[in-house]
Design a protein around this ligand. Structure first.
Ligand code: NDP
Length: 234
């Protein structure tokens, strides 16, 4: 089975690992890219996820490349950390617009294809911080927690059409985004994991790939932490 898969923010980091995972198992993958070129050997479409017209165009271009979208992985995200006392509206809104609204818009654009086919898989990349909270990340955690509620509601809306909607919540994963987490903060986060280490993009990709697989056909509205046993119970 070779499906038409779209991964947002797939030119680097976790998104790139996800794209490779699907491509390696024979799916037809398109990634969205923005500031850099698409990765070698994988189709890319430009997308600025904060711009609804750009999201619509990107999905249309992906559809033209490989057919109606059967799997969406909404992965694009940013951080703009700082204590709320000093945080501008702009930094709050940019993070929510990218991490939450960007994912909402991407999902809405692919739903017509999936509803018509009466099947589909949507996976949102959230964060364990969205469940547990994190100082300096009120904007990011609001957006990531928002994804959970959104996914559960969408799972209920689209379940009758055979579409599953799930969330993967990574802990600390070594990518460009995690470069800013250093020193005592990094040590503390690693100490909170059961496995005492950061995760790899490929470990997140494995979880996403599973939730999009046939084996996960009866899983919807779920959240799968990929956190090395960090923040258990949230
Ligand atoms: P990176 O910073 O390495 O990559 C982020 C990706 O998102 C890039 O492809 C980037 O594109 C894209 N992106 C960001 N903003 C936009 C935008 N406005 N429009 C289009 N694309 C955009 O991060 P990670 O790979 O680490 O993170 C991937 C996801 O995983 C994110 O949602 C993040 O919140 C989540 N996550 C990461 C964790 C970690 O420790 N790394 C932990 C928990 C969750 P561009 O190259 O153009 O900037």
């Amino acid at each position: 089975m070779s499906r038409s898969v779209l991964v947002t923010g797939g030119n680097r980091g976790i998104g790139l690992a996800i794209a490779h995972k699907f491509a390696d198992s024979g799916d037809k993958v398109v990634v969205t890219h923005r500031s850099g070129p698409p990765p070698e050997g994988i189709s890319g479409v430009f997308c600025e996820i904060t711009d609804p017209a750009s999201v619509a165009t990107a999905v249309e271009e992906a559809r033209n490349l490989h057919g109606p979208i059967e799997v969406l992985v909404a992965n694009a995200g940013i951080t703009r950390d700082g204590l709320l006392l000093g945080m501008s509206d702009e930094d709050f809104v940019e993070v929510v617009t990218t991490n939450l609204l960007g994912a909402v818009r991407a999902a809405r654009e692919v739903l017509t294809d999936m509803a018509k086919a009466r099947c589909g898989r949507i996976v949102f990349v959230s964060s364990v911080s969205g469940l547990a909270g994190a100082p300096g990340q009120t904007n990011y955690t609001a957006a990531k927690a928002g994804l959970l509620g959104f996914a559960r509601s969408l799972a209920k809306e689209m379940g009758p059409r055979g579409i599953t909607v799930n969330v993967v919540s990574p802990g600390l994963i070594d990518t460009d985004m995690a470069q800013g987490v250093t020193g005592a903060r990094r040590d503390q986060l690693l100490k909170e994991t059961s496995l005492r280490r950061a995760g790899t993009p490929d470990e997140v990709a494995g979880a996403v790939h599973y939730l999009a697989s046939e084996s996960a056909g009866y899983i919807t509205g779920a959240n799968l932490p990929v956190s090395g046993g960090g923040m258990l119970g949230n």
